[in-house]
Ligand binder design. Structure first.
Ligand SMILES: [Zn+2]
Length: 151
């Protein structure tokens, strides 16, 4: 049975977002990405699932946070709750866990103590920052092959 667990948010100071439609437990699948379509080119709305960029009407509005409450798993194609999430709470994920580089870098306003400031993809972050997050394989692989080069 498929539940639509994402509710649109329209009046955020920074634009659109999506919220949990009902309470979620840690580890619960928030939504699957199977309904998403492959985009021809990456955009500020797409998610890199390892060389392919997908887009969907709700997940395109998943915003970034440096203290996110979900993880986007690009292998299982699922968005998973990282902690208990209350109905109505905005859903966020850490963009560099899916994006090595980004077409639309921005200054993060998440307010987390661990905020990285400018969000422009994993390529631009120190390893010790990236290691705080669950990286998808295509990012971990790039990081490994990037290790020897100058930062
Ligand atoms: Zn931040």
């Amino acid at each position: 049975m498929q539940h639509d667990t994402l509710t649109p948010l329209h009046d955020l100071s920074y634009g659109n977002g999506v919220a949990a439609a009902h309470d979620l437990a840690a580890g619960e699948v928030v939504t699957d990405l199977g309904q998403c379509v492959e985009a021809d080119t990456p955009s500020i709305y797409t998610i890199d699932i390892g060389g392919r960029h997908i887009d969907g009407p709700r997940v395109r509005h998943l915003n970034h946070s440096c203290d996110p409450n979900t993880h986007v798993d690009t292998v299982r194609l699922q968005v998973v709750a990282l902690r208990p999430i209350a109905a109505g709470e905005e859903l966020t994920f850490f963009y560099p866990t899916t994006e090595w580089e980004m077409v639309g870098p921005f200054a993060c306003l998440c307010g987390a103590a661990s905020c990285i400031g400018t969000v422009s993809g994993a390529r631009d972050l120190p390893r010790e920052v990236l290691e705080r997050y669950e990286l998808n394989p295509h990012i971990a692989d790039r990081l490994a092959s990037h290790a020897g080069s100058a930062r």
